[in-house]
Every structure is written in C-alpha cells, then in structure tokens.
Design a protein around this ligand. Structure first.
Ligand code: H79
Length: 435
C-alpha cells in the first residue's frame, strides 16, 4: 500500500513537471482580438516552392524516395526561376479574393528560400540569388495582403537533426538536437525581425526527436520577439500523426486539418490547408480541382467557421500555371459577388452538408445552396427565430414558409444564378450571434 502511494506521488510529480515545462503563460498567448481578426480573413494562398520543382516530384517527401538524395540535394545549383515575379503571385492571390499568403520558407528538405546566415543551403547559393521570402513580403505589403511564413520543424538535410530520410527511423548518434534548435531559433529570429509574418505556420512536428517542451520553449521565444505573431498547432510534439484539435494542452493558436474540411467549431480557430491540384509542389499535368470543388470547399470551410489556406505550387521557372491562375480568378469572380457571405462571417449554426452550408453576420443568415435537385431546401428550426425576408444575395425575393415547428422551407427558383453556390439571405428577427 505504501509502495503504491509512493508510486502515485512519483507519477503525479512527473506529470506536474511535464505540464509545467509545456505550459504557456496566458500573458504570452495570442489574444482573442488578434485571432478573431485572423478568422475574419477566411481565405489565404499557400505556396509550396523550391528547387524540387525542377523534378516535378513532391517537396521533401521525394528526397531519397523517387529522387536520389544526391540528386535532390544538388538541385539548388540549377534553380534559376528567372520568371519569378512576387507582384504577379501576390496579385494572383488578390484577384482570387485571398486576404493572406503563406510561403514555405523551409520545407522538410531543409532548403531555405531566404538568405539565412545560419545555413549555406539557401537561395543565395543558387544561380538565382534573390530573396524570395523578402520579395513576397514586400509585394504583400504593396497589395495589402497579410504575409505569413511556413517553416517545418524537421529537417532531413541538417546533420544536427537526428533523422535524415522520410520515414527514417534510425537516429543519427552524431546529431545534436540542441544545436539544431539553436539554428532554428536563429533562423526564426531572422524571419520574424526581417519579414514580420502575420502567421508562423509550423509543420513536421511528429518525429521522435521533437518534444513538446521544445515547442513550448519555441512558442515563448517567438512571442517575445513579436507578441502578436499567430502560431499554428504544429509547434509542439504531435501525438500519433494526426494534427489534433485545439485543447488546453495543445501548444499553438489554431488547428490545421490537412487536405480535408474541418468540422464545425464555434470555440476554437481552425484553418484547412488544401491543394488546388493533388501535389503540394508543382507536378506536370497534376489534376486540377473543378471550380465547383473550389467554391464549395471555401463555402463549407466558412460554414464550419474555419479559414481556407488554398495551395498552389509554382513551376521551376517562377510562374504559376495559367490554368491555376484562371481557376483562382474564377474563385475571385465568385467572391466579388458573394464575398459578403464569406469574409467576416461566422459559420453555423448548421453543420455544412452536401446540400447547403450557412454563414451569418448581424441579423443575416447566408444559405449557400450547393444542390438544386429538389425544389425545396428545409432548414431545421432555430429556437426563437423568425425569418422576416428571404432573397438571393444581390438578387430577387425567394418564396419561403416557416412551419409551426419553426423549420424553414425555402422554395428554390427554377434557375439559380450560380450552379456552384448560390447564396440566399435570410433576414432574421434576432442577431445571428444569438443562435
Ligand atoms: O507541406 C505539406 C506537406 O508536405 C506536409 N504538410 C503540408 C502542409 C506534410 N508532411 N507530412 N505530411 C504532410 C503527412 C504525410 C503524408 C504522406 Fe505522403 C503520405 C507522406 C507519404 C505519404 C504526401 C503523399 C506526401 C507524399 C505522398
């Protein structure tokens, strides 16, 4: 009995000390006002880029798999994207209705797209010799797009990081994770102080060398450099490969469902990251999502109260493919009409589904119609809600009725104005925040 008691005391001390090492002081955590502002943006551009685009294989993951390590690690010597023009990329994001942009400053292959003093494996040692990150930061400022930086934790190229290959299980005894962390902090200090990112987007936090306490220390370090910088939830050690929902114990400010739309969540910020094609980095003839998929993904994300970080992979010569630019512009054209139902709204109260998703602001409920197979769309009752008016956003009145149980029946017009997502506005008797 006494032994059991001792064991319990030991265990609780262990867990307490563990909790203490990973606790983030509430005074350091990103404020609700800053996160609310981030969530109002709703739509951003993710950009995966680097010398690997010369091969057209996946960034990071193809190193040592489909592309031999020696080949991959020497690609930077011929990386010369002479047609890169930061203004064109940022203008492409702007015309798509995107409000922020996130560039891969360093992916799992370790190559740095900015002139870091802390690794030679960077853009200044390529024939191109221009600061890609810096030029994008500048262009974002010019076009009033919020500038964000992706930086992966793991680094299969750095000798001080203990794993050197995708799925590598062998730990290199010559590696020194503490030296690695020092390099990482030095590089992140460069990024924060030179480029002032709005968001720092971490990744690659699932391998065994990375510990939650390192993530907590790094979060604290970064918030001291810039108290307002927003940090995603992949900075602590991830448990079991999934990128977990935000809980008290998770370090970071927002959740990051990847290649899938997040679930409706009115309490914790989240951002889905998803590719416009299939690969993160450019691939020839990669399968492009249809406009319907693109628009409905954005509407369902907003309907779930999340943001969408939509990824493009520019080519090795520095251009974004024209067909991708065209698709993004089509999204921008939709947003020019329907943006009121996306930006600055909240999701819910209904869970998005294949027929509709809802967003809301003030006394308006925006009903995004995805499917017009049946003549009516029926919304379940909302307590105390009466619909005063229904009309197509920027369009004509919609016939509707409200059943005695409160459910709302919308009669769809014969021809909806937009085959991908037509928005019906319901003006309510109460503020939609109270739903
Ligand atoms: O940067 C992008 C991905 O490279 C990175 N996160 C986004 C933002 C990421 N790293 N790991 N993972 C995502 C999860 C691993 C997915 C994999 Fe695969 C499935 C690795 C091997 C099979 C994806 C598909 C990469 C190669 C094939």
């Amino acid at each position: 009995m006494k032994q059991l008691f001792t064991l319990l005391v030991l265990l609780s001390t262990f867990y307490q000390s563990k909790a203490q090492t990973t606790a983030i002081s509430p005074s350091i955590k990103t404020s609700k006002a800053v996160l609310d502002d981030f969530m109002d943006q709703r739509f951003g551009m993710f950009i995966h880029w680097g010398p690997v685009t010369l091969r057209g294989t996946e960034i990071g993951w193809s190193r040592g798999t489909s592309v031999p390590v020696q080949d991959y690690d020497n690609l930077y010597k011929e990386f010369n994207p002479v047609l890169f023009n930061a203004d064109i990329w940022v203008k492409t994001a702007k015309d798509a209705g995107m409000k922020y942009l996130t560039i891969t400053s360093k992916h799992h292959d370790g190559f740095c797209l900015w002139p870091t003093k802390f690794s030679d494996y960077n853009i200044m040692n390529s024939p191109y010799k221009k600061d890609i990150v810096g030029e994008l930061a500048k262009a974002c400022k010019k076009y009033n797009i919020k500038f964000c930086v992706y930086f992966t934790v793991l680094d299969w190229h750095d000798p001080n990081y203990p794993i050197h290959l995708p799925d590598g299980k062998n730990l290199d005894p010559k590696a020194d994770i503490h030296k690695f962390i020092t390099t990482m902090k030095n590089q992140l200090r460069e990024i924060v102080t030179q480029y002032h990112p709005y968001v720092l987007w971490f990744d690659g936090n699932w391998e065994s060398p990375w510990k939650n306490e390192y993530g907590a220390d790094l979060y604290t370090f970064l918030k001291k450099l810039d108290p307002n910088v927003i940090i995603n939830n992949r900075i602590g050690a991830s448990q079991g490969g999934e990128h977990p929902k935000l809980t008290e114990r998770i370090i970071g400010d927002f959740a990051t469902p990847e290649q899938k739309i997040g679930e409706l969540n009115m309490n914790n910020p989240w951002e889905t990251c998803m590719t416009i094609c299939q690969q993160w980095a450019w691939k020839p003839n990669d399968k492009l999502k249809t406009l319907k998929e693109c628009i409905q993904t954005l509407a369902k994300t907003s309907g779930g109260n999340g943001n969408l970080l939509f990824n493009v992979g520019p080519m090795a010569d520095g251009r974004i493919e024209q067909r991708q630019i065209n698709r993004l512009k089509e999204m921008g054209d939709w947003l020019a009409n329907y943006g009121e139902s996306i930006y600055g709204t909240k999701g819910g109260p209904y869970k998005p589904n294949e027929v509709f998703a809802t967003t809301r602001k003030n006394n308006k409920l925006y009903v995004h119609i995805f499917d017009q197979k049946s003549a009516d769309v029926i919304l379940p009752a909302l307590h105390g809600v009466k619909v005063n008016q229904a009309y197509l956003l920027k369009g004509s009145k919609i016939n509707y009725s409200q059943n005695t149980d409160g459910s709302i029946v919308l009669r769809l017009p014969e021809h909806l104005p937009n085959a991908d997502d037509s928005v019906i506005v319901l003006e309510l008797n109460i503020n939609s925040d109270n739903l």
